[in-house]
Design a binder for this molecule. Structure first.
Ligand SMILES: [Zn+2]
Length: 177
């Protein structure tokens, strides 16, 4: 049995965000139901967020391909509403993640399973399921891409983004710093 199993069905809001200095950012997935007093937050890796965003976009495209009658989605999200909401009190660190679609309810489910440590029992890993509309999933996907790409630090000398391996700064005559 999982230690805890949480079905947010449906979420009123779902988003992702990163907190911390560039290079040391921690990524979060967060959602809540209308009745939740506090947001439900889990820690995910940057690559997991990237995979989630790509997976959602693919799934959304496939759904519309199979059901052309479905209503279209608005592409633009409100960045202010997509930022993480305190308190950020993560339930666990994400391991396995999965996606599903309930055609009857026209709902997408994002399943997040707690990471299992070497000596841990996979059966006991906690589970959260975020049930969201296609619109919410689409905004989450678009915003997550933005969050992932936001990562590169900005050079204090010239204001250009720096690569992790160093940066040839025009303000320093091309010297690496
Ligand atoms: Zn520079």
């Amino acid at each position: 049995m999982p230690r805890s199993e949480l079905d947010l069905n449906p979420v009123q809001h779902i988003t992702a965000d990163a907190i911390g200095k560039p290079g040391q950012r921690v990524f979060y997935l967060q959602g809540w139901r209308e009745t939740d007093i506090h947001p439900v937050t889990v820690i995910i890796e940057k690559v997991q967020l990237q995979t989630l965003a790509t997976g959602l976009e693919q799934m959304l495209a496939e759904i519309v391909q199979q059901n052309p009658a479905l209503a279209g989605l608005q592409a633009d999200y409100d960045s202010d509403k997509m930022r993480i909401t305190p308190p950020v009190d993560p339930l666990f660190r994400a391991g396995e993640m999965g996606l599903g679609y309930d055609a009857e309810e026209d709902q997408i489910v994002i399943l997040v399973r707690e990471i299992v440590m070497e000596d841990g029992d996979p059966e006991e890993a906690s589970v959260v399921r975020f049930w969201c509309s296609r619109q919410q999933a689409s905004w989450l996907a678009g915003w997550s891409q933005e969050v992932v790409n936001r990562g590169r630090p900005i050079c204090p000398q010239c204001g250009q983004p720096m690569e992790p391996e160093g940066h040839f700064c025009p303000k320093k005559n091309g010297h690496k710093h």
